[in-house]
Design a protein around this ligand. Sequence first.
Ligand code: PHE
Length: 340
Amino acid sequence: MEQLLTQIKELKKEISAFNGGDAETFRIKYLGTKGLVKSLMGEMKNVAAENKKEAGQLLNEFKLFTEAKYELLKSASTTNHQPQTSNIDLTLPGDPVPLGSRHPISLVKNRMISIFQRLGFAVAEGPEIEDDFHNFTALNLPENHPARDMQDTFYISQNPDWLLRTHTSSVQVREMEKGKLPIRIICPGRVYRNETISARAHCFFHQVEGLYIAENVSFADLKQTLYFFVQEMFGETVKIRFRPSYFPFTEPSAEMDISCLICGGEGCNVCKKTGWVEILGCGMVHPNVLDNCGIDSNKYTGFAFGMGIERITMLKYQIKDLRLFSENDVRFLDQFTGAV
Ligand code: PHE
């Protein structure tokens, strides 16, 4: 009994001072199946009968003492990973990661696509490096026609037949060649022209062109389609007007203006005091174009139109300089975060 008492005393001291490892090491050493508490319990059989009760109490109390220390070590090891000890306060808000935004050209392009899709137009795409036939010849611009100079073209020096498309009408040609009628497509995409860069012109820009070919398509259909587009894009109060124009691939041809969004038609600097701004070219597809693409021009008629996405975007968001679109200045682009 004496011996047991000293052992317990010694062990208690040892345990109180324990900080030589983690809680698990402690558990194995003292509380495990081969631990010291267990082996002390084993000593009970050597204790004289009259002392057994007292020894039992002492041992129990020692066991509780050891378990309490174990709990302490366990909770200390978990609090060690708490933020306070590593100086990081997880309750503070994080560093904000700035949200990107869609480019305004993409925003407007997507919107244009969705408007025309509601009228049953499908999206068609084609190559940006084109051959002369699809960009010019099929569109009723015979070789050496002066109209080819109208659109200053980037030619590919390796092959004089290759060029950077000057409009997405080339995609319309590719679609007509497939010979599946009726055709109701819009062709969004990037186009290239050899122009001096300024606030109003760039060597590349984006277009959405449209083509509808079926039996009995008329100018009235063209007019109504574009009117619907403009109202959806700019609101119901906007007015439109058509002016006669010339394109080799349409006959008759027209340019379409909308009433100035800035002054509402009163006349201001943006509309050069006319109350109108031009937004697109259009017309009835020239029979030669249909024939060039293998479509029976006696049976089918169609309309086509084409507009610059930059122009529509500038009007929609009142942007004055076209160069902003390609400068990648986040102060400009940021303003479209969340816009749809
Ligand atoms: N392709 C013409 C251009 O790029 C636009 C246009 C398309 C005009 C269809 C009339 C009909 O300027």
